[in-house]
Design a protein around this ligand. Structure first.
Ligand SMILES: Cc1ncc(C[n+]2csc(CCOP(=O)(O)OP(=O)(O)O)c2C)c(N)n1
Ligand SMILES: [Mg+2]
Length: 700
């Protein structure tokens, strides 16, 4: 961009928050370009040449100011979809933006996978934006934690933006709490346009002002500002960034802006905004007020202004023409970047032989040993969650033993590795997973714990919409290979509805996520190590009932022992019935098999422990059924729409002509796990259920 010489006579840098004429003119260029891009996209959408549009009209002044206080390529940015002007200021070009509008294969933010205005640029540290309105806040906290972890004296800032509506999301509050607790350098930018689609502020925010609501957060610098006023916005953001950089804590800039166009092209704001309200908003339009200010101040004359406007129009026109000529993403590319192309956890490289030494250990012992060994080997591993630390009050460790997890899986890790690598978090599952995502995006290896599977649901959006999508949606630009450890399952005698459920199928249904569920100490060790050395997000399900069983123990298999994902274990061979299962049902299937074989001398039952649920070992299932011609798929989780339904459907599809009997499923009743042992026993599948179904199939 060429700059136009300023009329220096009346210009005084001090008057303009220290900004010189060139910078002010640059700000004008950015704001004008942003609006012209929005207008161009709207025209293209109306011509059906692009497929979605959402504008930043009215937000440009504060966004440009934010971009000017950031250090592109050094600071980190979690933008909102209205942040076109922010991204232009940071260095994203109009052409790059239009490549996303048309959905081109060469769109650098997403390769045509995401809607326009879902910004992302690895080189500019603009972390791939998604559509959920609050998920970005907790990830930004994790990102700032990573800056601190790498360099305690770092003056990097993580900026995270959101709207007034987004401040109603729980993750906003979880993020503020975590950022203030740790005095993290997170700069929250709330672009308050008074509406979330059609919902006005008074129906959104108690008292109608988010600044008032957050007044009690300690260490948080608050700035409330007219976000249509460029200089006021710049001052607020500059001071906020300085507060963050100095290590004093987070800051929040609450910018009052206007949303000049409807929410998106799918909305018509005339349905809920009066003409008078719309007129009042347009009077604050920075697209008009800022150039007027530049002219009034003599920083730019009308002729120079016209030249710039003309140049921008040309540039946007050219960029649009060029973008429209670009190729669409190839059909064959649909599966690319779902998983890492760098590390393949299903590969032979992870098929290590165990070198066992010492006494048999429980699953808890070997999980703990594996965490320790991997933490020694990889200094980027961080472990956190509720109660996972030995003792948050470190000084107490002189007197007390420490907690180390409600199941003791993480016991002693804080003592060995220190509180910066092993720490307790607030009781906030979305934040636990979101922070892990932010850290992993920065190259740390978070091993986070959700205390019970039954309480994973607040984190579901982080898992499904963020953890599993990040690599794919950014076309390989970003990834977040988190390991999420989650105790799961029943057969506990007293666990009941909220401490005994399964539900793994909710996660195996998610593309981009690996799901494993070991049944014994040896597999738990090998699979956890693979998870921690993998480059994909892994949901690591630890069955609580199996933590300390005597029968599934193993001596330590060596500190490099790994097991590839997607590789089943034949735990018992047989030739006329296969039971495909995993988790706590493996042992029950074995017992059932032996029970049936004792009385039925024709019976010879093969038991397969899948170990990995996504991916799963189809080859092992197939070759067993080709031999036995009869199959039961069994699991602890409920039957209907369950994990077994997928396996059974595939067997029916691909092995129909190999079957001598119908495919049978065994699982829990389609209800919740009850507290009284008699009720739990009736609900969860038992050895007798498996034996009965095995007999029926063998007799078919
Ligand atoms: C979690 C979630 N819920 C609902 C939506 C649908 N939605 C998209 S934008 C939006 C309104 C957001 O309002 P605000 O945060 O004020 O931002 P603005 O659009 O006004 O800039 C809603 C409800 C969404 N994207 N994500
Ligand atoms: Mg809004």
């Amino acid at each position: 961009m060429a700059t136009t010489p300023a009329s220096t006579e009346r210009y005084k840098a001090v008057r303009y928050e220290g900004l010189d004429a060139d910078t002010l003119i640059r700000a004008f260029r950015i704001m004008h370009t942003a609006r012209r891009l929005d207008d161009r996209e709207i025209a293209l959408k109306r011509q059906n040449r692009i497929f979605f549009q959402i504008s930043g009209a009215g937000h440009e002044a504060v966004e440009t100011a934010a971009g000017l206080v950031l250090r592109p390529g050094s600071d980190w940015i979690y933008p909102y979809y209205r942040d076109r002007a922010l991204c232009l200021t940071l260095g994203v070009t109009p052409y790059e933006m239009l490549l996303q509008s048309v959905g081109a294969a060469d769109d650098p933010a997403s390769g045509g996978r995401q809607m326009p205005s879902h910004w992302g640029s690895p080189k500019l540290h603009i972390v791939t934006a998604s559509s959920p309105t609050g998920t970005q806040f907790v990830q930004a906290v994790g990102c700032a934690e990573a800056s601190r972890f790498r360099n305690a004296k770092s003056d990097e800032v993580t900026l995270v933006a959101g709207g007034d509506g987004a401040t109603s999301e729980g993750e906003f509050w979880e993020a503020l709490n975590a950022a203030c607790l740790k005095r993290l350098p997170v700069l929250f930018l709330i672009e308050d346009n008074g509406y979330a689609i059609s919902v006005p502020l008074e129906a959104q925010t108690a008292g109608g002002n988010i600044s008032t609501l957050i007044a009690g957060f300690p260490h948080l610098l608050r700035q409330e500002v007219d976000g249509t006023d460029f200089l006021a916005s710049y001052r607020a953001l500059r001071d906020a960034a300085a507060h963050c950089r100095s290590g004093q804590g987070p800051a929040l800039v609450h910018a009052h802006v206007v949303r000049l166009y409807s929410h998106s092209l799918s909305d018509d704001e005339r349905m809920y905004k009066t003409a008078a309200e719309r007129k009042a908003e347009s009077e604050r339009d920075p697209f008009l007020t800022f150039p007027k200010f530049l002219v009034d101040e003599g920083i730019l004359d009308r002729h120079a202004l016209q030249l710039i406007v003309h140049e921008i129009d040309e540039e946007v026109h050219e960029a649009a023409q060029q973008a429209l000529r670009q190729d669409a993403p190839a059909r064959e590319s649909a599966m690319v970047y779902l998983y890492s192309g760098r590390v393949d956890p299903t590969s032979e490289a992870f098929a290590a032989a165990p070198y066992v030494t010492g006494e048999p250990k429980t699953m808890v012992d070997l999980l703990n040993a594996t965490l320790r060994e991997e933490m020694r080997r990889n200094l980027d591993v961080v472990v956190f969650g509720e109660d996972v630390a030995d003792c948050s009050r470190e000084e107490n460790l002189a007197e007390v033993k420490g907690k180390g997890g409600v199941f003791k899986v993480t016991a002693g890790l804080q003592i060995e590795f220190g509180p910066h690598r092993v720490f307790n978090t607030p009781l906030a599952e979305a934040a636990i997973v979101g922070r892990a995502i932010g850290m992993a995006t920065r190259g740390l290896k978070p091993v986070a714990e959700v205390q019970f599977f039954d309480y994973i649901w607040p984190a579901m959006m982080q898992i499904r919409d963020e953890l599993a999508t990040m690599r794919w949606r950014s076309n390989g630009g970003f990834s977040c290979p988190v390991v999420l450890r989650v105790p799961i399952g029943g057969y506990l005698n007293g666990g009941a509805v909220y401490h005994s459920q399964c539900g793994e199928v909710e996660f195996t249904h998610i593309p981009g996520l690996r799901v494993v569920m070991p049944s014994n100490a040896l597999d738990a060790c090998g699979l956890l190590r693979t998870a921690m050395r993998s480059d994909d997000p892994v949901l690591f399900l630890e069955h609580k009932r199996l933590y300390r069983e005597p029968y599934n123990r193993s001596p330590h298999p060596g500190s490099d022992f790994t097991i590839p994902f997607g590789r089943a274990k034949i735990v018992k061979t047989g030739h006329n019935l296969t039971i495909v299962t995993y988790g706590a049902v493996v042992q029950k299937a074995l017992q059932a098999a032996m029970q049936v074989e004792r009385t039925n001398h024709e019976a010879s039952i093969e038991v397969i422990d899948l170990r990995s649920l996504a991916p799963y070992d189809w080859d092992a299932v197939r070759s067993s059924i080709e031999k036995t011609n009869r199959v039961i798929v069994a699991h602890e989780d409920t039957v209907s729409w369950g994990y077994g339904a997928e396996i059974a459907a595939r067997i029916a599809d691909e092995l129909f002509d190999k079957l001598d009997a119908p495919v049978r499923r065994v699982g829990a009743l389609d209800t919740w796990v009850g507290y009284h042992p008699q009720l739990e026993h009736a609900i969860l599948p038992q050895v007798d259920d498996l034996a009965r179904e095995a007999e029926r199939l063998l007799a078919y």
